[in-house]
Design a binder for this molecule. Structure first.
Ligand code: ZN
Length: 425
């Protein structure tokens, strides 16, 4: 049995213990006991995946979390979302056959930003607070780790995206900066690099750091920041910003007053709609998206977590499948939910063997494998012992769904390489 291909009993979703610790690695400021949870109505009947195959004696027990209250939704958001009823959920029940969850690599501290590299059949991801970028080759199981040095605004690395047409160049966000690094297949498996910084942002709040980011279908890079996290679960609200880096390397401010800038996605027609998650708003939001200019407008709520009964879960990273559905990692919720934004409700769910699920991407030769990152942050010593796979990357197979390939950053390579040459000592 592959390490981590553990079988477990399905947890009672949303059960709440008043004495539980707060398992939040990236969340918000005020905490309170929820007034309602799924536990009030018994186990939720939607599309729970079958526990992964493996030794049935290896089970993982659910760890309850306290729910927190943070940013209120802006009244200016025009919602198309509506509360999900129990009947809705039952009508969406899907029995998943042979869904399997397999652990790929040893746990890291705060895994995030998975990105599939088709040419290499490899998965990139980051370990944010350690400042490391990982590259795992699926066939050979070679595992390269690149440590990115502090570029002057903090040592965290929150995303890694290949530069189109340059297999040795990668965009990264380091602290409050956007940079580029050179990283070759021939580099040692443990390697350190100094980033070439292109932009440093959020001068108004120097304790901010970049968080999630992704390229749009035209190859522009979008990345957002979050407020200072004094300790896991306590973030300064509304201090972050979502930015867009265009092919000419100019930077545009797209959304301000973000608390934790997280998941990003574009509609399956690769134009028309941009989806965005500010974790502390507890919602999946949509904007009209102009694929020609990259401009966004008309923000509205598509799905609201707390009002839909997901009172323990924090929406984090997400990825689009080829049917236009969004697969969203639920931090503190030990699962990935699939939301159909046209219906405004959950249509499928995959349970995972650890609590803090951070992001997802599609990969594999047919883009039918969902790669899922997770985190150890915010877990107590006891919770970590109970969740030995926390922080690992998982491969979910058998979903009978295909996702959309990721887009790399598109730019003038001559301009970018010149910047790198100029920065060399
Ligand atoms: Zn995230």
């Amino acid at each position: 049995m592959p390490r981590g291909a553990q079988s477990r009993s399905l947890p009672r979703l949303g059960s709440v213990s008043p004495s539980a610790s707060i398992g939040l690695g990236s969340s918000c400021a005020r905490f309170k006991k929820p007034s309602r949870s799924y536990a009030d109505e018994g186990p939720i009947p939607i599309a729970a995946s079958r526990p992964p195959r493996g030794d049935p004696s290896t089970s993982w027990s659910s760890s309850a979390t306290t729910v927190f209250e943070c940013a209120l939704l802006s009244p200016t958001l025009r919602g198309i979302w509506r509360p999900q009823t129990r009947t809705d959920m039952i009508s969406q029940q899907v029995k998943l056959a042979d869904v399997r969850v397999e652990q790929l690599v040893a746990p890291v501290h705060l895994g995030e930003g998975p990105h599939w590299v088709e040419e290499d059949q490899a998965l990139l991801f980051v370990d944010i607070l350690k400042g490391n970028v990982h590259r795992f080759f699926i066939e050979s199981k070679r595992h390269q780790v690149l440590h990115v040095e502090n570029g002057g605004s903090g040592g965290s690395v929150s995303l890694v995206i290949p530069v189109e047409g340059a297999p040795d160049l990668f965009m990264v966000t380091v602290g409050r900066s956007i940079g580029v690094v050179e990283w070759k297949h021939s580099d040692p498996d443990q390697h350190t690099v100094k980033p070439v910084i292109l932009h440093t942002v959020d001068g108004h709040c120097k304790t901010n750091r970049f968080n999630d980011g992704k390229c749009d279908p035209s190859g522009r890079m979008w990345a957002g920041t979050m407020g200072y996290e004094k300790m896991p679960g306590q973030v300064e609200l509304h201090q972050g910003t979502l930015y867009r880096l265009d092919s000419d390397l100019s930077l545009t401010l797209c959304v301000s007053q973000v608390s934790i800038s997280n998941g990003l996605s574009w509609s399956e027609d690769r134009r028309g709609v941009f989806y965005f998650i500010d974790t502390c708003a507890f919602s999946l939001d949509a904007f009209d998206y102009d694929s020609e200019t990259g401009d966004i407008k008309n923000r509205r709520v598509v799905f609201h977590y707390k009002s839909s009964g997901l009172t323990n879960d924090l929406p984090d990273g997400m990825a689009m499948d080829n049917k236009g559905r969004l697969w969203i990692a639920n931090f503190s919720g030990q699962k990935v939910v699939c939301i159909d934004p046209k219906l405004g409700r959950i249509v499928r769910q995959v349970d995972l063997p650890c609590q803090n699920i951070t992001s997802v991407c599609w990969g594999g030769s047919h883009y039918d494998i969902l790669y899922v990152t997770s985190a150890q942050t915010g877990l107590s010593k006891e919770e970590l012992e109970a969740q030995p796979s926390a922080g690992a990357v998982f491969a979910v197979t058998g979903l009978e769904t295909q996702g959309l390939p990721p887009t790399n950053f598109k730019t003038d390579l001559n301009v970018l390489r010149k910047k790198i040459e100029t920065a060399k000592p």
